[in-house]
Every structure is written in structure tokens, then in C-alpha cells.
Design a binder for this molecule. Structure first.
Ligand code: KG4
Ligand code: ZN
Length: 337
């Protein structure tokens, strides 16, 4: 079954064709990073307009690379939550019109579930049940994946998302937006014990995260240094910040591994590209006899293929939509999540 999938929940306009949830026939991602960089973050209205301009060329390219005509796809899948509402609506309306015109089924997909499904595309043996940790610019979710379409949210951030924290720390360092990748590079050259930042975990909850204390501590550190006219090492700051994130991830995963019987952990989302986090996750998994599954860097960030992968399993479970399909900013109204 060939699914044409669309993703437009934030600042990437993406379309892909995926076969049977596992094989990528094409995967086109047009990033808006350059458009938003000068504002230091995503401007929702500009994102919606950029999606409107990009969606038809991206759709055409996805079909062209797959070597297919639109009539040859079996269904159309689209992210309809969570995300920026205006951005989501561009993808939802386009996918809806296309499905209606082609007389093909329309499949709604939760973006977070899509991030998890990215690993089905490169790990042929991966099957639920397993645990998943989604670390992205907008979300930090620890999830029990009971089945392909049956999810239980067991932990989340109480405030900022992991990627947001990386982006805010990099902004205060003046190293550009989004700064996760540059923070990763700087951290490799710094001393992770140089600055004692608070770990990003909630003490009274086994699985929840908090990044606001770490963010404030980072901002205060930098502002104090500036006020005193003292210089500091960006590398040490990035390394210490990353260590605080890694310690929180380690403690949340240890609690989860002690509580749930699953033997596999899937890491997902844009922040899953972080080399230090990958190493930390690998190390904690090793201690508990858990197999870690990492998506390739190209599938960590937002893309259409992950929506096509989850879309396939949604379709198999009868999760389809009609022309009344709408977009939702939050994940709470989702079908199962
Ligand atoms: O999953 P994603 O593409 O978008 C959302 O669904 O939000 O994640 C984007 C986030 C950004 O905050 C970006 O700074 C972060 O992923 N990111 C990283 C790295 N690469 C991207 N964060 C830390 N280390 C990286 N190597
Ligand atoms: Zn995402």
C-alpha cells in the first residue's frame, strides 16, 4: 500500500511516499529555517504563508521522486495535531482536497506518533510493544507504545520542550537559530562539569521533565558574566547544559526501565540527533539490557515519511477521516494519544 503523506505542523513543509509503512519511495523536506532565523524563532503566520507557497512544489517533487502519478497512490495521510494551527491547516486542507479529488482514503496522523514511527522506516525488526522517548522542538514525551496505534503517555515536560531549551540556550549565547546542532558541536569541546546546572527532571514524579529551571540558570549565568564583564567558555556552557539534560534523561529512563517490562527503547524527534544524548541513552540502555533504536539523523527532524509510516498503521486500524477533518494545536484531543 502506497501512502502519500504530508507534514506541515511547524517550520518544515514535507511530503513523502511510503510503502506499507516501512519503505520510503520519496521524502521531500523543505525547511523554513532561513526564513525564521532572523526573528530568532518560528513566526506562526510567516510559517503558514511559507507552507502555502511550498506545498504544491513539494507534493509534485515527492510524486516525481517516487516515480508515481497521483492516481497511483492508495491513500493520503496528513499531520493534523499537535502543532501551529495555521501551519497544520495548510497541510490538512491540501491533503483533504487531494483525497477528495482522487477518491482515496484520508488518514489523520498525530505528529508525535509520527516521530516514533520514523524508526519503522529503518529498523525492519522493530515492533511494539516498546518504550519511546520523543525529544523535539515542541515536545518532550516518554511514551509506552503498546501497539502500533495504542499509546500511553507516561511522562512529559512540565514546561519547555527539550529542543526549546537548546534553542533558548543557544540564543543567549548568540550562536544562531535553531541552535541545537551548534550546541552539540560546542559541547564536544567543553567540560561538562564546569558549571553546576540543575538537572532537568521533576523530583516528585518518576517520568516527568522540567527545562525551565535549567533555562533560567543558563540565562542568569550568562547575564551575570556579562554584567561583571567576565568572559566564559561557550564550550563549557554547552557541555554543562547538555550534561544537565543527559542526567535528566538518564534518571527518567532508569525509572521507566525499572517500571515497564519492555526491552526496546526508541529515541525520536529533532533532539534525538544530539550526539551526547545518543551516547547517554546508549549507556543507560546497556546497563539495563535494553536495545536502543535511533532513527538516522535524516529522519530525526520533521519529515513526511514518518507520517506515512504511522499513517499506514492508522489505516490498518481503521483510523481514517472524512472531509470534516480539522487541525488541533494540542495533542490532547487525539484519537488514542
Ligand atoms: O522534531 P523537530 O524537527 O521539530 C519539532 O517537532 O519541534 O525538532 C527541532 C528541534 C530544534 O529545537 C533543534 O534545535 C533541535 O531539534 N535539534 C537539536 C539537534 N539537532 C536539532 N538539539 C540538540 N542537538 C542536536 N544535534
Ligand atoms: Zn517534530
Amino acid at each position: 500500500m502506497k501512502i502519500l503523506a504530508f507534514e506541515s505542523s511547524c517550520d518544515e513543509t514535507a511530503a513523502a511516499v511510503v510503502e506499507d509503512g516501512r519503505r520510503i519511495l520519496s521524502n521531500i523536506v523543505l525547511s523554513q529555517i532561513d526564513i525564521h532565523a532572523r526573528f530568532g524563532g518560528v513566526v506562526p503566520e510567516i510559517a503558514s504563508r511559507a507552507h502555502t507557497e511550498a506545498i504544491i512544489p513539494v507534493y509534485r517533487k515527492a510524486l516525481e521522486e517516487a516515480g508515481l502519478d497521483a492516481t497511483e497512490v492508495d491513500a493520503v495521510a496528513v499531520t493534523n495535531r499537535p502543532g501551529l494551527i495555521g501551519a497544520l491547516l495548510v497541510g490538512v486542507n491540501f491533503a483533504k482536497s487531494l483525497a477528495f479529488t482522487l477518491k482515496k482514503p484520508l488518514i489523520p496522523v498525530n505528529h508525535i506518533e509520527g516521530h516514533i514511527a520514523a524508526s519503522y522506516l529503518t529498523s525492519p525488526d522493530l515492533k511494539p510493544p516498546f518504550l519511546a522517548l520523543v525529544l523535539s522542538g515542541g515536545h518532550t514525551s516518554l511514551v509506552e507504545v503498546k501497539d502500533y496505534t495504542d499509546f500511553a503517555l507516561i511522562g512529559a515536560t512540565r514546561d519547555d520542550a527539550a529542543g526549546e531549551a537548546f534553542d533558548k540556550a543557544s540564543r543567549v549565547l548568540g550562536i544562531g537559530y535553531p541552535g541545537g546542532k551548534e550546541m552539540d558541536r560546542l559541547a564536544s569541546m567543553g567540560d561538562p562539569t564546569a558549571i553546576p546546572f540543575p538537572p532537568a527532571a521533576i523530583r516528585d514524579h518518576a517520568f516527568d521533565f522540567t527545562f525551565s529551571g535549567l533555562k533560567t540558570a543558563t540565562l542568569n549565568f550568562v547575564h551575570n558574566k556579562k554584567q561583571l564583564g567576565e568572559s566564559f567558555s561557550h564550550e563549557d556552557l554547552a557541555a554543562s547544559f547538555t550534561r544537565a539534560v543527559c542526567l535528566a534523561i538518564r534518571s527518567r529512563l532508569e525509572n521507566a526501565f525499572r517500571t515497564f517490562p519492555h526491552k526496546t527503547l526508541v529515541l525520536a524527534g529533532g533532539v534525538a540527533a544530539n550526539s551526547h544524548i545518543r551516547r547517554e541513552v546508549e549507556s543507560v540502555c546497556k546497563s539495563y539490557g535494553i536495545t536502543p533504536v535511533f532513527p538516522p539523523l535524516s529522519l530525526c527532524g520533521d519529515n513526511g515519511a514518518m507520517i506515512g509510516a504511522q499513517g499506514y498503521y492508522n489505516f490498518m486500524d481503521g483510523i481514517t477521516a472524512d472531509e470534516s477533518l480539522n487541525a488541533f494545536a494540542t495533542s490532547t484531543m487525539s484519537f488514542k494519544f
